[in-house]
Design a protein around this ligand. Structure first.
Ligand SMILES: [Zn+2]
Ligand SMILES: [Zn+2]
Length: 261
């Protein structure tokens, strides 16, 4: 096994709960990649609350952007409440550094205390791509999303993961993304909207399953999983859409899924 991917949260925009959301899960964006004796979290939405104990492994958190649904797991996660160094990667946006962006949420009166009083020791990085985390190569490209977002690619020992969430397709961007995701073993792609919804939500910074399928074809990626499920999409809807695709290599991600590459 070269890379183990655990899906911890796949809901977009805001967490949901209740009987209609048990199968796919209601927690927001968070994916754990384990490789090279390291734990690499992609986003820190409320799914971070479900993170397994990764023991003494060095921990990095790659944040796509600081929209609330991608950072709301930080304040109460066991990870940040433990005494350890955590490398946090987040691009400067709106002229604000990673630390300044996170301090917006974790600062009175929105939250009682700042990250600086937590036992963990975050080290903030404004990433320049590509860079290495041990033997894992981390690449990034800019998504098409209001306020910006980063699409990440992890390569380790011949296996690769692309995490493309909070991204709205454009012809030009899809070409760039197809090259970026070339031959990836697993492609996670934002398919928040149905075609009908997209017609109304054009410009909101999210994509569709149809665009994901095109990208799968153009990139040569081996497996595609949709993420950032719309908070209004119930288990029945998601299951129905997945069934229609009828492709064992194309699935809607469920919180708790583990993929070994
Ligand atoms: Zn989001
Ligand atoms: Zn966003």
């Amino acid at each position: 096994m070269k890379m183990k991917i655990t899906i911890l949260g796949v809901r977009g925009s805001i967490p949901v709960e209740g009987a209609d959301f048990l199968e796919f899960g209601g927690a927001t964006s968070c994916v754990l990649a384990e490789a090279d004796s390291r734990a690499v979290f992609l986003d820190a939405g409320s799914g971070l609350m479900h993170a397994p104990d990764t023991g003494e492994l060095p921990v990095s958190v790659l944040l796509t952007h600081s929209h609330m649904d991608h950072i709301m797991g930080i304040p109460l996660s066991a990870l940040f409440l433990s005494k350890r160094k955590i490398d946090i990667f987040l691009r400067t946006r709106n002229g604000m550094t990673a630390q300044e962006q996170l301090s917006r949420l974790m600062c009175p009166p929105l939250w009682p205390v700042g990250l600086d009083v937590y036992p963990s020791e975050p080290v903030f990085h404004d990433p320049e791509f590509p860079f290495m985390l041990g033997n894992i190569k981390v690449s990034g490209m800019e998504a098409n999303h209001p306020g910006g977002s980063t699409i990440y690619r992890l390569d380790h020992a011949g296996k690769s993961l692309v995490y493309a969430t909070d991204h709205e397709h454009t012809e030009e961007k899809q070409k760039e993304l197809a090259a970026f995701a070339k031959d990836a073993d697993l492609l996670l792609y934002d398919a928040q909207y149905t075609e009908e919804e997209y017609a109304r939500m054009n410009g909101y910074g999210h994509s569709t399953a149809a665009e994901g399928l095109k990208l799968l074809e153009e990139s040569g990626a081996k497996k595609l999983m949709f993420v950032h499920h719309d908070p209004r999409h119930t288990d029945a809807m998601l299951r129905g859409m997945e069934k229609e695709l009828d492709n064992e290599h194309v699935l809607y991600a469920r919180a708790g899924d583990v993929i070994e590459l």
